[in-house]
Design a binder for this molecule. Structure first.
Ligand SMILES: Cc1ncc(COP(=O)(O)O)c(C=O)c1O
Length: 395
């Protein structure tokens, strides 16, 4: 019998799909046909493979998670709707009221806010530490400490955490170490291999790499994972299929983009270090960086794609420089894009901190953070040269 166009439910014959497309398919379905109530029951109970409802899981999230799991050498991986959602996933899965968290004071502002102010509303206590000071970590651990959270490379002054040394202290105290690896990616470091229990990535940044997706990743081992799938679904932290599809495509070129962007960063760091307008350059690849030896040992010959600098002349110089380079290097307060961008931490990522805390961290109005892209190094250096010349120090 001919069907009417408003008989909207497609028949199984209509939904039969080819399985030999070289590009991964995109599954936008919010819900999946089940063979029988028993079939649905087994899938939803985790006893059979398959999908029922998008918030519980879908093929595009599974494909992305599996690729990231392999890159990190993890037992488990889950994709969440943002880097912050991945952090919330870890907190909600591992912690309960009364637990204590040790938090790097150098964390991305919103992560620090989540783990201190927000966490306090749910009955968690926290202590801030400098992740480069192992004695501070040891002193902060209490019998109630369940989780320690640090970043591999901190934002914006690029201090490097010694993951193995931190993990040893954390484990001695029977807590778990979560490492936000966004500034390194698995290309530079696989924190789980250095003793971390969980690793987080803001996939939004270099892993996706094309400025069109907000996503997060959490990887860990079996012993950290019991509650993760249930929390992901119950708190609605699941990522959308199209975002996962895009990030999966972006991930294909991660190693190539990293190679170019890290090489550009090294070149730019050296270029800036020789300029009279620049008071200080922050880059783990420079011998003057306080953790250069650790960075070499931990990362090998790549030191990341982010370079920060402090301009002589403070905020006024930063405003003039940002305006001068805007045509070639846009002011975009994120990082890990295909093109080089810059940000001004005082007014963006770290605006939530008090002026005293920013001063304590060394983030003043003259600090600019560059996120190197994959352009030619000549293009980037010429743009920076033109911007610095406008500050008029050479006259
Ligand atoms: C180091 C770091 N971790 C986590 C996040 C949060 O990620 P998202 O913006 O994907 O939620 C950010 C965002 O800027 C970040 O820089």
């Amino acid at each position: 019998m001919p069907r009417r166009s408003d008989d909207v439910c497609p028949s199984p014959a209509e939904t039969r799909l080819p399985d030999n497309s070289l590009a991964p398919p995109l599954f936008l379905g919010s819900v999946y046909r089940c063979e029988s109530p028993e079939d649905a029951d087994r899938i939803l109970g985790g006893e059979a493979a398959g999908y029922v409802y998008q918030r519980d899981g879908h093929p595009n999230a599974a494909m992305l998670a599996e690729k990231c799991r392999l890159l990190h050498g993890a037992e488990r991986a889950a994709v969440a709707s943002s880097g912050m959602a991945a952090l919330a996933l870890a907190v909600l899965s591992l912690l309960r009221p009364g637990d204590h968290v040790v938090v790097s004071r150098l964390l991305y502002g919103k992560s620090r806010f989540l783990l201190t102010d927000e966490a306090a509303r749910w009955g968690l206590t926290s202590t801030l530490i400098d992740p480069c000071d192992l004695e501070q970590l040891a002193a902060a651990m209490t019998p109630a400490t369940r989780l320690v959270v640090v970043e591999t490379i901190a934002n914006p002054l690029l201090q490097v955490a010694d993951v193995a040394a931190l993990a040893e202290i954390v484990h001695r105290n029977k807590a778990k170490l979560l490492v936000d690896n966004t500034f390194a990616t698995p290309v530079m470091l696989r924190p789980l291999e250095h003793g971390a229990d969980l690793v987080l990535e803001s996939v939004t940044k270099m892993i996706n790499g094309h400025s069109d997706v907000v996503l997060g990743l959490l990887c860990g081992g079996d012993e950290t994972w019991d509650r993760v799938p249930g929390v992901l679904s119950a708190w609605g932290l699941t990522a959308a299929p199209f975002d996962c599809w895009l990030a999966y495509r972006g991930l294909t070129t991660l190693h190539l983009r990293m190679e170019r962007a890290c090489a550009n960063a090294m070149r730019v760091a050296r270029f800036l270090a020789a300029r009279p307008e620049v008071e200080k350059v922050f880059y783990p690849g420079l011998a003057a960086h306080p953790q250069h030896a650790l960075a070499k040992r931990q990362f090998g010959d790549r030191f990341g794609w982010v370079v920060s600098l402090r301009l002589r002349g403070g905020r006024a110089a930063a405003d003039a420089f940002i305006a001068a380079v805007q045509g070639a290097i846009p002011f975009c307060p994120s990082l890990g894009e295909a093109s080089t961008t810059l940000s001004h931490p005082e007014t963006t990522s770290h605006r939530g901190l008090s002026p005293e805390e920013r001063q304590r961290l060394g983030i003043d109005g003259g600090v600019i953070r560059l996120s190197l892209g994959i352009e030619s190094p000549e293009f980037v250096c010429e743009a920076l040269h033109a911007g610095l010349e406008k500050l008029g120090y050479g006259e």
